[in-house]
Ligand binder design. Sequence first.
Ligand SMILES: Nc1nc2c(ncn2[C@@H]2O[C@H](COP(=O)(O)OP(=O)(O)OP(=O)(O)O)[C@@H](O)[C@H]2O)c(=O)[nH]1
Ligand SMILES: [Mg+2]
Length: 431
Amino acid sequence: MSRSGLLYPFLAVAIAVYYYAVFQYQEGQLTYHFKNEAINQALTNGDSTLAQADIYDPMKKGHQKLSSNAYIEHRSPFRDRTQRGAENATMVMLVRNSELKGALESMRSLEDRFNRNYRYPWVFLNDVPFTEEFKEQTTLMASGETFYELIPAPDWDMPEFIDNDKFEKSIEEAIKKEVIYGFSKSYRNMCHFNSGYFYKQERLLNYDWYFRVEPDVEYMCDFQYDPFTLMRTKNMTYGFVIAIHEYENTIPTLWETVEKFMEKYPELVHPNNSLDFITSGESDLNHNVPLVRSSSKYNLCHFWSNFEIGDLNFFRGEAYNKYFDFLDQAGGFYYERWGDAPVHSIGLNILADKNKIHHFEDIGYYHPPYLSCPSSVDVKAAKRCVCRSRGSDGEKLGAPVDVNVYSCLSRWWRYGSGKTFLNEIDYTFNN
Ligand SMILES: Nc1nc2c(ncn2[C@@H]2O[C@H](COP(=O)(O)OP(=O)(O)OP(=O)(O)O)[C@@H](O)[C@H]2O)c(=O)[nH]1
Ligand SMILES: [Mg+2]
């Protein structure tokens, strides 16, 4: 055969090979496309068996790796956020967008130690809208539903009846006297809001119980029970962990205002109140060290309100609201720097039955600069406590605050609902 005679069969074979290759490639692409579609469909339908069977296997020869991370088990969209805990309760965090990292740290700790087994919702409150980043990251950290609420301006801003000049002067004065957070106007709004408005927020009207959480705190022991259920079944109103003294220069006229309130509304003072807790002054409860000086009958003791588990109906009730309105009208949230901790606390000490206030002695808790941790070795082991020895600033932390001289806990044991012993709770090894 001549050379030119070979050319045509050769061209025919080359064209056939070319078209075969193109066909194979396209079929491969199509199969790949449909396979991805099928996987995506399966993922969307929640069919994880099919999805997983076809997901990228790095050991399989020639198995194309998807250009997304779809081979990672696709959890988030199907994550079941249905509440498992039995109570009509929520976590609540007032927080700024800039505190996202601290919010995540607190959430991580509370979810791991408690909420992952109960999936109670989280309600986030803010005086400005939450950023998408804040919402996305906190929702991924939460086990339950999440809600993001913008506080209405009238609930956050300084009330109109406050005299602005007097307010500005009080800020200058507070700066001179080095009152803690005295320079900050927003801190005053925050304390005012936490004292009289958090429980009025529309979202919280759906719930009976709240657990207040702040950014940058840590829960250091497993809960091992639902504190909301404990509160309900033991008929409690309010739970705290730490009780300490307030800085007197933040509240120069708070106590006289409280006394006026009690004179005006004697019928609201509970017959089984815990006024002795906040007015007694013997120093044997303080290692015989003189008490923090106070110029009024108020000994400055209060429950540290960055941790609270409470009955929202108590705060929404008539007695507390008359009390808050009375204090509000006196102006001390803005002319002084009244904190929500002494305001909540004194309200409870006057208006609630002292036996309905519960000291959570078995929740290890850290809010800089103090920590509280169970002292029993057995309880610490059974509840898997890891009590921090250093603060978030790296400073070595002393012993738990509970029985140091700034703590008011011993006074609560004498004048409040008494001391319960941890070994009344069944933490034995075999149960
Ligand atoms: N949205 C919002 N939240 C605030 C503002 N100021 C304070 N908060 C929140 O209110 C709570 C109390 O404020 P903190 O700054 O922790 O006050 P504190 O506990 O007395 O002081 P620290 O020792 O700094 O923790 C925290 O949950 C804060 O995130 C504010 O201006 N806007
Ligand atoms: Mg704080």
